[in-house]
Design a protein around this ligand. Structure first.
Ligand code: 5AD
Ligand code: SF4
Length: 497
């Protein structure tokens, strides 16, 4: 078993187990491969349990949309193995934590949950725990699992998701944690099997990894260097989704406006235009874009592509040039403000959202005031705000810091206060107006209320019948709030004054 674990750690488990795949692949060797789900799962199918019931899985997903989408891929693999989705953790035979490493509190939450759910193993001796996603890429987390959470049966990283069937099979036979984490992306995988969560909105990966190396961020280490999918593969996937009836496609990448840089034959603006031309396509979104390399060509492509929604998430992180420089952001405050002006000039109804970090090492009250001033000046529609969280092995983790935790919390509170006031004011401007909403389904808390989003990505709640799911409807805004708009359905022939 030691030997097997050693092979697994070195990413050579398949040789160790004598497993055969559609093709042999080695970590550290860049290539583009296509997997056949049949090949990936045929040796690892599960039958029924002793009582005749199926094996069931539950995936707990943390973090960004990239992770949400990886969960769909893993759910697809597990389903092909013969697993069914469990209704709760208590009902599952395999609980998989798909984790996020961007901030420490997300990591603490995962370890807390792993501890909390451990007793389920007493009730179900067949229950296996797995940990994957960005946390699994961290050496510190691997060590922590070995030392403090040895009841976790399987650990695998972001670069070998396709190995899940083989690794789960190995974990079942092993009394020790099976760990297989590759430190580099060996390939860009096409043709993932996916079990999509939604039937209206779908995510499509266009690019993996990030080359930006912002000094606070762990993502370039956990997700590897930027790799773009081929445009024809992306277009084919979107065409298929359109044919299946999906209404909204979100193109996903850590840094979408760098899409194609590694291919050298296409850029993001061209890709957007190509996707926009797909017959039957309804709404297109993309995330996340970086202020750097947000070209005039891209602004024009967004403005001129009728299906591309008017929403740009444009993380600014700080409003102070000294902090931006230390963050290794490639933009300055002035560059960012000019970019916002250019975007607003070309796309008048655009909804702009951002990410901001407060309490970056060395941030003074004066630096923070620059951030507040930028937020007031830009007037974002919404902002995701965070207190800086030191991440092991990232440059900023070693930067000197003098602000106290209380000061950082206070900055976050003051920043949110400013932003909430702006968000509410922007939403109040829609009072009595009619907005177009793509109906996504029932609201989370009330089955008689539908929820959907405007093109600008504003959440709208209104009473209505579920038969409207997937349709575009007109809603009059009657009760704007800070984070959502409440309204009423406007009938097709209704005249609203
Ligand atoms: N601490 C706090 N926030 C972070 N982010 C990334 N790394 C950190 C960190 N170490 C934030 C950034 C990024 C968003 C996804 O998470 O604002 O845009
Ligand atoms: Fe992290 Fe910066 Fe890359 Fe965004 S652009 S994923 S913040 S390194």
């Amino acid at each position: 078993m030691e030997n097997l674990i050693k092979l697994a750690r070195e990413g050579r488990l398949e040789q160790g187990l004598g497993l055969t795949f559609g093709q042999t692949h080695r970590p550290n060797q860049a290539q583009r491969v296509s997997y056949d789900i049949e090949e990936l799962t045929k040796n690892y199918r599960v039958g029924s349990k002793a009582d005749g019931s199926p094996y069931r899985f539950q995936i707990l997903t943390y973090g960004c949309q990239m992770n949400e989408h990886d969960t769909e891929v893993m759910a697809g693999l597990l389903t092909a193995m013969g697993y069914e989705a469990a209704s709760s953790e208590a009902d599952a035979d395999f609980i998989l934590f798909n984790t996020c490493a961007v901030r420490e509190n997300a990591e603490d939450k995962v370890f807390g949950e792993i501890g909390r759910l451990r007793p389920l193993k007493n009730r179900n001796p067949e229950l296996l725990f797995g940990l994957c996603g960005c946390m699994a890429q961290e050496a510190g987390v691997q060590k922590m699992v070995r030392e403090k959470f040895p009841w976790v049966d399987l650990v695998f990283g972001t670069h070998n998701i396709h190995r899940l069937p083989a690794l789960l099979h190995a974990a079942k036979a092993s009394t020790e944690t099976v760990m297989e984490v590759w430190d580099k992306a060996p390939e860009t995988v096409e043709d993932w099997p996916k079990l999509r969560k939604d039937s209206i909105r779908a995510w499509v990966n266009i690019q993996y990894g990030c080359n930006k190396f912002c000094t606070y961020c762990i993502v370039p280490y956990t997700r590897g260097v930027e790799r773009s999918r081929l445009p024809e593969d992306i277009v084919a996937e979107v065409e298929q989704l359109v044919a299946e009836g999906f209404r909204e496609i979100t193109l996903l990448g850590q840094n979408v406006n760098d899409y194609g840089v590694d291919l050298g034959t296409v850029n993001f603006a061209q890709l957007l235009r190509r996707v926009n031309e797909i017959p039957g396509i309804d709404r297109i979104r993309f995330t996340t874009s970086n202020p750097w390399n947000f070209t005039d060509e891209l602004i024009e492509a967004i403005a001129e592509s009728e299906h591309v929604a008017e929403h740009i998430h444009l993380p600014v992180q700080s409003g102070n040039n000294e902090i931006l420089r230390r963050m290794n952001r490639s933009h300055t405050r002035e560059y960012y403000l000019k970019l916002v002006d250019k975007i607003r000039a070309k796309i008048p109804n655009v909804s702009l959202t951002t990410d901001i970090i407060v309490g970056f090492p060395g941030e003074t009250e004066a630096h923070f005031q620059d951030t507040l001033a930028l937020v007031r000046e830009v007037e974002f529609d919404n902002a995701f705000t965070f207190i800086y969280s030191p991440r092991e092995n990232t440059p900023a983790a070693n930067f000197p810091d003098s602000a106290t935790e209380a000061e950082k919390k206070d900055r976050l509170r003051r920043l949110n206060e400013v932003q909430y006031e702006i968000s509410l004011r922007h939403n109040q401007a829609l009072q009595g107006k009619i907005v177009e909403v793509l109906v996504e389904g029932e609201s989370r808390t009330n089955r008689d209320v539908l929820s959907g989003r405007t093109r600008g990505n504003r959440l709208v709640l209104f009473p209505g019948d579920l038969s409207l799911r997937g349709q575009h409807v007109q809603v009059e805004i009657t009760e704007p709030q800070t984070f959502l708009l409440k309204g009423r359905l406007v009938q097709a022939n209704e005249v609203v004054s």
